[in-house]
Design a protein around this ligand. Structure first.
Ligand SMILES: C[S@@+](CC[C@H](N)C(=O)[O-])C[C@H]1O[C@@H](n2cnc3c(N)ncnc32)[C@H](O)[C@@H]1O
Length: 346
């Protein structure tokens, strides 16, 4: 079967390597056809065992691939009726009438049609023909439509096999009123992607907190936040009850709290978005481990260099494993040249 893989363009080569390695390790050990780009970061891979790949990645996610979907039908894109005919003729049998579905369309060409027009036009027809309930927010099965180079690629899959509930992994959040930085989306996306249920309140430690997007999110979620950064926080966070800021480096703050005279209740959550060498930042997290509650969790970004980023990811994870269980590593849609790491006490 053909599949379409999506990744951040800066990491697309690593994403394709992840696919190659997974397929080579499958019992059949199939060779993969060379991938063909449909757009920057979007690749068509022929003769790939989509179901095996989706099932493996459902259990253990890759780091760099954002999204995959199958292609069961390919038709020249002229107008919506051509797609409706193709779906009616070839894809209705893939739908489970008892499960909610959604249509997710990406148009990679310049404007032949709007994605929502395709979504609406196909969803209406599928709902009428299969009796499957349409549920755009929480679908179980997805018809993915990608229009590129005048061709429409269509495929039906369980959302669990797509690596993301969002078309192409493009995870959207509404802007919060008074939002401080786009970095907030990174934290929100990490909570969603790693399916994290936050502890109900308690103390949070934010290392590298300025200008304060993550601090604001954690505060909003009910935590008392200790924000550590030599730089200033956004003025709107000053004098907020429940947010304290120490204008220190994480290294200096650690010295102050590790004095015997300053016993400290453990933090329910530690986050770290410091712009720092991955290994130094990972070592810092190891040093902070005694201050994380046993039922707590930690999230950190690895800021990656252009050269050989994978080696650095592996070195960073090896350091973290001295003190934590690595519960997830993903290059998120809202990450720039970085990956998000989710840690639990061992
Ligand atoms: C990407 S910004 C953090 C953005 C923040 N998460 C937000 O949501 O607004 C990185 C921050 O790391 C801080 N930083 C770098 N090295 C640090 C260190 N050793 N200790 C504390 N903060 C550090 C920088 O001052 C900078 O404000």
């Amino acid at each position: 079967m053909t599949l379409i893989l999506t990744a951040n363009p800066a990491f697309q080569r690593l994403a394709l390597d992840e696919l190659d390695q997974l397929i080579a390790a499958l019992p059949r050990g199939e060779a993969v056809s060379p991938a063909r780009p449909l757009a920057n970061g979007v690749w068509l891979v022929e003769d790939a065992p989509f179901w095996d790949v989706g099932e493996r990645w459902r259990k253990q996610s890759p780091i760099f691939v954002h999204h995959i979907c199958p292609v069961q039908v390919t038709v020249p894109f002229t107008a919506l009726p051509a797609l409706q005919q193709a779906v009616a003729a070839e894809l209705l049998g893939y739908f489970d009438a008892t499960q909610p579905f959604s249509v997710q369309t990406r148009v990679l060409d310049d404007g032949p049609v709007k994605p929502y027009e395709v979504n609406n036009g196909l969803a209406e027809m599928i709902a009428a023909a299969t009796q499957s309930p349409l549920n755009v927010r929480q679908p179980e099965q997805i018809l993915s439509v990608i229009i590129a180079g005048g061709i429409a690629y269509l495929g039906v899959s369980w959302v669990e096999h797509n690596l993301s509930n969002w078309a192409g992994g493009v995870h959207r959040f509404a802007r919060r009123e008074g939002q401080i930085s786009r970095a907030e989306f990174k934290l929100l996306e990490a909570l969603a992607v790693f399916k994290i249920t936050l502890p109900e309140g308690g103390r949070a430690l934010d290392l590298g907190a300025a200008p304060g997007g993550w601090t604001a999110v954690l505060h909003q979620k009910g935590f008392i936040v200790m924000a550590i950064d030599p730089a200033e926080l956004h003025p709107s966070l000053k004098k907020v009850v429940g947010i304290q800021h120490r204008r220190l480096t994480a290294e200096t703050y650690l010295e102050t709290i590790s004095l015997p005279a300053s016993p400290l209740a453990p933090f329910a959550i530690i986050v770290n978005d410091m712009r720092q060498d991955v290994r130094d930042s990972a070592r810092m997290m190891v040093s902070y481990r005694p201050y994380l509650a046993e039922a707590g969790l930690a999230l950190m970004t690895f800021k990656l260099p252009e050269q050989n980023p994978l080696a650095l990811v592996e070195q960073g994870l090896a350091i973290l494993r001295q003190a934590y269980r690595v519960a997830g590593v993903r290059q998120l849609f809202h990450n720039r040249h970085e990956v998000m790491v989710y840690l639990r006490p061992e």
